[in-house]
Ligand binder design. Structure first.
Ligand code: S3P
Length: 462
């Protein structure tokens, strides 16, 4: 069962009106080979950069999740032609840097923080006024982190209190180049400023003290932009020279390591399992979960290492086995920031205590992922201690968690998938109250887990 209906003509994908409870169960070991969908971060960027190149950009392996479709719809509303030619195969005819048009209606970003923040960057240096709206989760998330640097570049904003959506942005043309030291480790903020820099005369520089995912830098170079990266005493300084001309590209999107994380942890915690997850992106700014799970004793082999679309990729062969609790080094956080909910699940099944700190950013994701995971794990019988910046989890030493709870997902796809996976190693069923948000990033999560042997419990939550 797919979680969302995909409409070829207009890409409108809507959550089911009524909540879809979900409970997974593993009657036996998991086995088989699966491939996860395209990387969400790379998919957004491929569409955006294609929309700013003149000519046809062809994309293979695009993630057809709701978040990416929100980006496609917004780019169309600003003049790009974007067509779906087959499963994951898309073509984009761009308007050229500087060529974005005034959208006629508010841009609906759904649940997607990446769409919102990166598109605000694009609009900030165009002569365009755009209003951004989103769902209840997105409307709670802070946009001040992009409003601040983009205002310095000359854009003006009217937002809901606290720098939240709805927000109306009027771009500056010409915008002013800035040098910006990132106050939070955020690839979205870095990318927003660099994308604004594309249509800004001169050099726009972002300095990051802690490295975050570098897909924007890699892909902008591929599209022909002048991007330099330099180590400085303040950190990595990434400079883009505007006004850039982007050349259309053929892009193959590698599989998303943030989606692979769910079947990966499932294979580790269900005894006797052996699973291969093909085509997983292992960019060093994204592979923190694999490194941390190996520190916990996980048997994960990266087979057939290769390069796909300029990104390192491998097939992960995962064998179940005991995990031990560790102190997770806080500096690994940016390279696995979206993977903490599923790491908390792995920690719940490990031997001993796992301490995870340096995670303040988790409080402003699609939900407050520290509080929501702590509450859900406690409801499932796992001993946890919530810290202002992290979580301590007392592992069950490999025994199943008690379970027998209904957990609130708070419109957060990764919370819903994490508790669905925990249900595979629970004495009594764990029900996720609403699985619909999974369609934002991983529409085929359920069929993929079913292929590995996970069983969907009927009448979940009834
Ligand atoms: C993303 C960056 C990260 C990540 C998000 C995708 C991106 O957010 O959590 O899912 O594509 O740049 P932050 O930049 O807020 O850390």
């Amino acid at each position: 069962m797919r979680l969302a209906a995909f409409s070829r003509s207009q890409d409108i994908v809507t959550h089911a009106a009524t909540p879809m409870p979900l409970s997974l169960h593993a009657a036996a070991a998991l086995s088989g080979t699966v491939a996860v969908p395209g990387d969400k971060s790379i998919s957004h960027r491929a569409l955006m950069f294609g929309a700013l190149a003149v000519g046809e950009t062809r994309i293979e392996g695009l993630l057809e999740g709701e978040d990416v479709l929100a980006t496609a719809a917004a780019l169309r509303a600003m003049g790009a032609t974007i067509e779906r030619r087959g499963a994951g195969a898309w073509a984009v005819h761009g308007v050229g840097v500087g060529g974005l048009l005034q959208p006629r209606a508010a841009l609906d970003m759904g649940n997607s923080g990446t769409s919102t923040r990166l598109l605000m960057g694009l609009v900030a240096s165009h002569a365009v006024t755009a209003t951004f709206i989103g769902d209840a989760s997105l409307s709670r998330r802070p946009m001040g982190r992009v409003i601040e640097p983009l205002s310095r570049m000359g854009a003006s904003f009217a937002s809901a209190p606290g720098g939240r959506l709805p927000a109306t942005l009027t771009g500056a043309c010409p915008a002013l180049p800035i040098r910006y030291l990132l106050p939070v480790a955020s690839a979205q903020v870095k990318s927003a400023v660099l994308l604004a820099g594309l249509n800004t005369p001169g050099r726009t520089t972002v300095v990051e003290a802690i490295a975050t995912r570098d897909h924007s830098e890699r892909m902008l170079r591929g599209f022909g932009a002048e991007v330099s990266v330099e180590e400085t005493p303040e950190g990595r300084a990434i400079a883009i020279t505007g006004e850039a001309e982007l050349r259309p590209q053929a892009i193959t999107v590698p599989g998303d390591p943030s989606s692979a994380a769910f079947p990966l942890v499932a294979a580790l915690i269900v005894p006797g399992s052996r699973v291969t997850i093909a085509n997983v992106g292992l960019n060093p700014t994204r592979d923190g979960l694999v490194r941390v799970l190996r520190m916990m004793g996980a048997d994960i082999v990266a087979a057939n290492p290769r390069s796909v679309g300029g990104e390192p990729v491998a097939d992960l062969v995962v064998t179940a086995g005991p995990l031990r609790g560790i102190e997770v080094p806080p500096e690994v956080a940016p390279s696995m920031i979206d993977e903490y909910p599923i790491l908390f699940v792995a920690a719940a099944l490990a031997q001993g205590r796992t301490v995870m700190r340096g995670l303040e950013e988790l409080r402003v994701k699609e939900s407050d992922r520290i509080a929501v995971m702590a509450a859900g794990l406690a409801a499932c019988g796992v001993a946890v201690e919530e810290l202002p910046d992290g979580l301590i989890v007392e592992g069950r030493g490999g025994d199943p968690v008690p379970g027998g709870a209904t957990v609130a997902g708070h419109l957060d796809h990764r919370i819903a998938m994490s508790f669905a996976i925990l249900g595979l190693r629970a004495a009594a069923p764990i029900v996720v109250d609403d699985a619909a948000p999974i369609a934002t990033s991983f529409p085929d999560f359920l069929p993929l887990m079913a292929r590995l042997g996970a069983v969907q419990m009927p009448n979940a939550g009834a």
